[in-house]
Design a binder for this molecule. Structure first.
Ligand SMILES: CNc1nc2c(CC[C@H]3O[C@@H](OC)[C@H](OC)[C@@H]3O)c3nc(N)[nH]c(=O)c3cc2[nH]1
Length: 374
């Protein structure tokens, strides 16, 4: 039985693609950047600002939400959309990554990951079946398989072991997902570290199992950008051209441009909000660090050509003052400004691909960053 396909390719320009992914809570325009709301909130932003910035879909995370407030509680309160009031599409990560990075005393075996909560030390088990059950309770439109992501550099044997385990877990997740209502999706996650043959084996193994879409995981975990791009080039061409490809945890605006050029459709990263809270603004001139004293007397806005009001209406001097004074408004404004920058970048990428001028757009954008802030 072939897996239903909710992705529609609208145009291609080289390996770059633009399309639409239809979910039970709405349509996602691709290439898409998914703001990360790990524990059910976008840090420092109202949902209306996320929507106004142009985001179609946001991310939640099984690990955080199953620990607090609990998946059964969210289900009893009507699911993640009703609980948070974000009424659009949501993708939830399976929690595998967080268990490895956040949990204390964790152990991976064939059956599951067992760990102690970083919140209250409770002993918990996250199996492929429980990861799917939690995401179904949350009501997410796109669920991710449970996988084991290996940080790089790692030895070949460990990368192969984790990739094979992730494939067996992919099979179990697919079976556990069988009863999901129509329209809800499950993505497999390609692992294989920085080893091309393991990337091929993982991609082919997932395709044999069959998913609504395919993520490329195990990257943006400490490897150089050229290794990340090389692994995308190994995996993306094997993945079905008519289904969405999601590069997990990526990335800077430059990473996104390079990955779109290699056939990636979906991205998520904490960078816009996390860096915003630390005083970094993303602009068409590249990143601007507002902690820098050189901004103290600068009356200019971040970018007077921007169509986003906050990027036009606040002086660099004021933003510098807010950041230096640790005023909450500073973190809020920069999180909002950066979220809007990323969404406008995706909007411009989609338009450039549709017009067949993505390569020119990519080069012109990079030149503007290299020229830097005038
Ligand atoms: C940053 N680099 C990176 N992130 C990654 C994430 C999401 C982290 C998850 O953590 C939260 O952000 C901190 C988000 O959760 C809402 C995100 O989905 C990954 N998730 C899975 N399941 N498998 C991977 O191979 C993987 C690799 C990553 N590389």
């Amino acid at each position: 039985m072939t897996v239903p396909n909710h992705f529609e390719l609208l145009g291609t320009d080289g390996a770059a693609r633009t399309g639409r992914l239809t979910t039970p809570h709405g349509v996602v325009r691709t290439p898409a950047f998914m703001p990360v709301g790990t524990a059910g909130a976008m840090k420092g932003l109202h949902w209306r600002e996320v929507r106004d910035a142009g985001a179609d879909i946001v991310l939640g995370n099984t690990y955080h939400l199953m620990l607090r407030p609990g998946a059964e509680r969210i289900a009893a309160l009507g699911g993640l959309q009703r609980f948070t009031t974000w009424n659009g599409p949501m993708l939830t990560d399976s929690g595998g990554f967080q268990v490895m990075s956040l949990a204390q005393l964790r152990k991976v075996n064939e059956q599951a990951v067992t760990f102690r909560s970083h919140i209250d030390g409770a002993a918990l088990e996250l199996s492929p079946e429980r990861a799917i059950e939690v995401q179904r309770l949350l009501g997410s439109d796109i669920a991710m398989q449970l996988d084991e992501c290996v940080r790089l550099p790692a030895d070949h044997a460990d990368i192969e072991r984790a990739m094979q385990l992730s494939l067996r877990w992919a099979e179990r997740c697919k079976r556990a997902f069988e009863t999901a209502p129509d329209g809800y999706m499950l993505f497999g996650i390609v692992q294989g570290g920085d080893v091309p043959e393991l990337r091929h084996d993982s991609a082919r193994g997932l395709i044999d199992i069959g998913f609504h879409g395919y993520a490329i995981g195990g990257l943006a975990v400490g490897e150089p950008q050229e290794v990340m791009l090389a692994m995308i080039e190994e995996a993306a061409p094997i993945l079905p051209a008519d289904r969405p490809r999601y590069l997990m945890g990526v990335g800077t605006p430059e990473d996104i441009l390079e990955a779109v050029a290699r056939g990636i459709d979906m991205f998520d990263c904490v960078m816009p909000t996390r860096n915003g809270r630390h005083g970094l603004a993303f602009t068409q001139y590249g990143p601007i660090n507002l902690r820098n004293a050189k901004h103290a007397d600068d009356p200019r806005p971040l970018d007077e050509e921007s169509d986003w009001p906050s990027t036009r209406n606040y002086s660099r001097a004021y933003l510098h003052h807010l950041v230096k004074s640790s005023e909450t408004l500073g973190a809020m404004l920069l999180s909002e400004i950066n979220t809007a920058y990323y969404q406008r970048l995706m909007r411009d990428i989609r338009a450039a691909i549709a017009a067949g001028r993505f390569e020119e757009f990519r080069l012109r954008t990079r030149e503007a960053w290299e020229r830097g802030d005038l």
